[in-house]
Structure formats: structure tokens, C-alpha cells
Write a protein that binds this ligand. Structure first.
Ligand SMILES: [Cu+2]
Length: 342
């Protein structure tokens, strides 16, 4: 496998120089590999991912480009991203963690996460310049005064929570990380956007704030935070994170500050509920008619992992890891890669 990766890296020597991408997501306890721009393009048939494709680990610097949405490299001929084949089930109110490839120490910046509800499935939808996005999380400064990007230098994942009140359905999750080391002028700020697709269950009826934004469109060169001196004292604490305010989870939307506004899980007093207590943090208390199906699904999802995880690698030339799947079936992709698929 190492040999194969080296070959892929060489094949992409002409790619963008740059500094990172999301390598893994953990969603409702399931690990999903990120889209690897140095390996994924060489698989035929393509690997099935929840992540939308990216052209490399480089930044997006034109804040008005379609590349701001889910990555891309328009200057190099890769205009924006494209829908992914899969969607990860996620319970409203749960926390998602994202691991980045080791982040450069020089690249201080903020993290923010946006959602857009797909009209139907996310596997065939591109939002274009529609105003469909809203922000559910952002962070520039940590408790110790350093930048939110600092843990990523040590491969510590970044996390955010899907609002408990969010309506069920299919969403694109758009995560952005910035490098502000050259943001003293414009262009200079570096955005690293990453999108993946989820299917929310167990949520409420909220559909985000009344006022949503278009990406691109949400920023211009003169928006707050686009030009900034990250080298000044207390720069992280004083940073005006670009974009709209964080949605507070209420149905009509507000501009109040984020992180602690997620309401506690509601307890439903359905009479037949005793049989489902082990599941309450995973899925909504279902109606009696749908209970059997929901319980079965959840049990499968949470099964102890004795083989490779769902969407993980389970075979291929040189592969020394698990060759069975804790979930799903090990399916041949090509000589170098087999993957656990549902
Ligand atoms: Cu960089």
C-alpha cells in the first residue's frame, strides 16, 4: 500500500501546493475517511465517500469564487466540487468530530461550520449561488487565548454539534478552516473548505435562520475578518470571524452566540418506550409502528467493531489490516483497495 501511495503522490506532483484537508470524520460513532485528493482520483470505479471531492490540500484565496463552497481550484480548471455518493446518518444533537491532516504551525485561523438542506438527496445537488447556507458553529480563540487551529497542529480533531432542534432530512455540512498568516492584505486569507453529506434524524422542526447566505456571496474582500493582522497581541480573541452569526437553534433564527444554546434532549413519554431506553441518545423515540425497524438499524450501527469500520479499508495489495468488516460487506474496488460498504 505504501508503494501505491507513493505512486499516487508522484502522479500528482503538479498539483496545488498547500497544507491540509479533512482526513476523517466520526459521526454517531462511525468513522468515515475523508476524500483523499492524492489517491481517490485514481480509483476506478470511484470509492464511495460522504465527502465531496477536493482537488488538493491547497487554499481558496478568492472569497467570491465557487471554490469557497466545497473547495475547488478554478484557476487550475477544477471549478468547485461535486456531490458525493454517500450520506452519513447522524442524530440531531450529536457531536461530529473532524480530523485534519497535520496542520502547519504557521497557519493560524478560525473554524466554522455551515449547513444547507438538500431539496431531496444531497447526492445529486449543487447549491450554486442560492442563499441556502447557515452557520451552526464557529470558533477563533481557545480558552488559553490561542487560535482554534492550534489543536489541529497536534492532530487533535475539531468538533461541532448538530442542533437538536434541526429538522430531519439531508444536509450538506460545510466546514471551513482558515490560515491568516498572509491576511494583512487581500488576497491573502486562505480558506480550506470541506463538505460532506449527512442525513439527520431525531431532530425537531427548525429549518435554520430566516436569513440564509449564499456561498460564494457571503463574503467580499472588505467583509470583517477577511483582512486581519494575526500577529498583533490578542489577535485570536479579537478576531471578527467572517460570515453570518451562528444560528441559535430557534425556529425563527437569531444572531445570538453559539455553542451552549443547544437545548437538552427532550424526553418523550410514549407508553411503549421502555424497550428502547438504550437508544435514546441515538435516535428519536419512534412511533410504535416504526419502532422495530429503527431499533434494528441502530443496533447494526453500534455493533462492536471486530473488523474494519464501515467505509474503511478491508483489503488490497499490501494491506495488513482487518480483512473483515465490523459493518457492511468488504467489496473489491481495485487491486489496491477494498472497502466496507453497506
Ligand atoms: Cu498554506
Amino acid at each position: 500500500m505504501k508503494f501505491a501511495i507513493a505512486a499516487f503522490a508522484l502522479a500528482n506532483v503538479a498539483g496545488v501546493l498547500g497544507h491540509g484537508y479533512v482526513s476523517e470524520a466520526v459521526i454517531d460513532g462511525v468513522k468515515y475517511p475523508g476524500y483523499n485528493p492524492y489517491a481517490d482520483p485514481y480509483y476506478n470505479p470511484p470509492l464511495q465517500r460522504i465527502f465531496r471531492k477536493i482537488p488538493g490540500n491547497g487554499p481558496v484565496e478568492d472569497v467570491t469564487s465557487i471554490d469557497m463552497q466545497c473547495n475547488g481550484w478554478s484557476a487550475g480548471g477544477v471549478v468547485g466540487s461535486a456531490p458525493a455518493a454517500l450520506s452519513a446518518p447522524v442524530t440531531a444533537g450529536s457531536t461530529i468530530s473532524l480530523k485534519w491532516t497535520t496542520w502547519a504551525e504557521s497557519h493560524k485561523g478560525h473554524v466554522a461550520t455551515y449547513l444547507a438542506k438538500c431539496p431531496d438527496s444531497c447526492t445529486n445537488w449543487q447549491p450554486g449561488t442560492q442563499a441556502v447556507w447557515f452557520k451552526i458553529h464557529q470558533q477563533a480563540v481557545l480558552a488559553d487565548g490561542t487560535w482554534a487551529s492550534v489543536p489541529l497542529e497536534k492532530d487533535v480533531p475539531t468538533t461541532f454539534t448538530i442542533p437538536k432542534s434541526l429538522a430531519n432530512g439531508n444536509y450538506i455540512v460545510r466546514h471551513e478552516l482558515t490560515g491568516l498568516h498572509a491576511a494583512w492584505t487581500y488576497p491573502g486569507i486562505q480558506f480550506y473548505p470541506s463538505c460532506f453529506q449527512v442525513t439527520v434524524s431525531g431532530g425537531g422542526s427548525a429549518t435554520g435562520p430566516a436569513q440564509k447566505v449564499a456561498i460564494p456571496g457571503y463574503l467580499t474582500a472588505s467583509s470583517p475578518g477577511v483582512v486581519y493582522d494575526m500577529y498583533k497581541p490578542n489577535a485570536a480573541a479579537g478576531y471578527p470571524i467572517p460570515g453570518p452569526p451562528v444560528w441559535d437553534g430557534s425556529s425563527s433564527g437569531g444572531g445570538s452566540q453559539p455553542t451552549t444554546t443547544v437545548p437538552p434532549p427532550t424526553t418523550t413519554t410514549t407508553t411503549a418506550r421502555t424497550t428502547t431506553t438504550t437508544r435514546t441518545s441515538v435516535a428519536p423515540a419512534p412511533t410504535t409502528t416504526t419502532r422495530t425497524t429503527t431499533t434494528t438499524t441502530t443496533t447494526t450501527t453500534r455493533a462492536p467493531q471486530t473488523g474494519a469500520p464501515l467505509y474503511g479499508q478491508c483489503g488490497g495489495r499490501g494491506w495488513t489490516g482487518a480483512t473483515t468488516c465490523a459493518q457492511g460487506t468488504c467489496k473489491f474496488s481495485n487491486d489496491y483497495y477494498s472497502q466496507c460498504l453497506p
